[in-house]
Design a protein around this ligand. Structure first.
Ligand code: SF4
Length: 351
């Protein structure tokens, strides 16, 4: 068997983040030696070996793996996890993906497999949302991060703090948040006496983007490019130190979230030991449930809510909503409702 990995080099000379993460995962699992050859696909250079291979196989995204077996038959993988599972030796894969864990923590095993996720789902599906948070923190401690930005996320922090267990909190500081949001972040930090890691965009990506496209390109051709740099890439960096993360997503927030599962393997990201476990304990909560909790438990909230803002993101992309409007109608209001996601929670639900 001969394995070729194609990695992408960007116009600014840097290696693509996802390619680096794939390489890191293979190295962390002791599988890097299985890759026989690495070819670079250099942005803007169609004749570079990786670009030529991508063109010949009809591939548009990196990294990808071309696996040729002894009979000459070829398979192409764009998912490093699928590549590991299907191509590398079963014993090596098993050892790499399943860490030895104490018996009491059986459910923590192999979050990359459907069987592993089903086992976890069975374990936690009957628990209250607060108990799900407690379960995750008992297993993962500070390797479990709460992604903090909105009202729902403070409920998660409230529960985490009350659990008395270690946990982490990060927030994506896009550089375009409202002053009120920064004040809110700091109020939550001091109210709970916790550290909040602010993840800023990579200047190597942001500066060329702003120089070329300006500060408001999203009004003309959509928000995804800006969100990719200001939110998605920093999220990937934040999750590299995690084994699990918890979000405040609710199914009734938007059409794009109607099938969010309680638990999933986050195959879009690489954590400390492979794809992190992603937990969405508030999937069944409504907006009224959230506000009832915030008020009953005197949990801090963003003062913009008192001025008609419902779902709050970056300042130029958020506006107040009228009482008759849906809570996410004020986000990227100039775009179709089915496209109003920033890319943080991408792809079809895993289950
Ligand atoms: S929400 Fe708007 S300003 Fe913020 S990252 Fe996305 S496009 Fe950029």
């Amino acid at each position: 068997m001969h394995i070729t990995m194609v990695k992408k080099r960007l116009e600014n000379g840097k290696a693509c983040e996802k390619c680096m993460q794939a390489e890191e995962l293979l190295k962390a699992k002791g599988l890097w030696k299985e890759v026989h050859e690495v070819l670079w696909a250099i942005e803007g250079e169609p004749e570079s070996p990786g670009m030529a291979l991508a063109e010949s196989r009809g591939i548009t995204l990196a990294p990808f793996f071309v696996v040729r077996d002894d009979t000459g038959e070829e398979r192409v993988y764009q998912s490093v996890l699928k590549f590991i599972k299907e191509c590398l030796t079963p014993s090596a894969t098993q050892a790499a993906l399943i860490e030895p864990l104490p018996a009491a923590k059986e459910a923590q095993r192999d979050v990359t497999s459907e069987a592993g996720i089903s086992q976890i789902e069975r374990t936690i599906s009957g628990l209250s949302a607060q108990k799900v948070v407690d379960w995750a923190l008992e297993l993962f401690g500070a390797d479990c991060a709460i992604a903090f930005s909105g009202a729902e996320d403070v409920i998660l922090i409230d529960w985490a703090k009350k659990s008395g267990r270690p946990f982490s909190v990060f927030c994506l500081d896009t550089g375009r948040l409202h002053p009120e949001t920064y004040e809110f972040l700091d109020r939550v930090r001091s109210h709970y006496g916790i550290e909040i890691e602010l993840m800023s965009p990579d200047p190597g990506q942001l500066q060329p983007f702003v120089k070329k496209r300006g500060l408001f390109s999203f009004y003309e051709d959509g928000h995804h490019e800006c969100c990719a740099i200001r939110k998605v890439e920093p999220l990937g960096r934040a999750l590299r130190n995690c084994r699990a993360w918890i979000t405040g997503q609710r199914r009734d927030q938007s059409p794009t979230r109607s099938e969010v599962p309680l638990v999933q393997a986050d195959s879009e990201h690489f954590g400390k030991s492979g794809p992190p476990l992603k937990l969405n304990p508030l999937v069944d909560w409504s907006l009224s449930d959230v506000w009832r909790y915030l008020i009953d438990h005197e949990v801090p909230y963003n003062q913009l809510h008192d001025r008609g803002f419902a779902s709050i993101g970056c300042a130029p992309c958020t506006r107040p909503v009228r009482p008759s409007e849906h809570e996410r109608a004020g986000r990227w209001w100039w775009e179709d409702a089915t496209r109003r996601e920033c890319g943080l929670h991408v792809g079809p639900p895993e289950r």
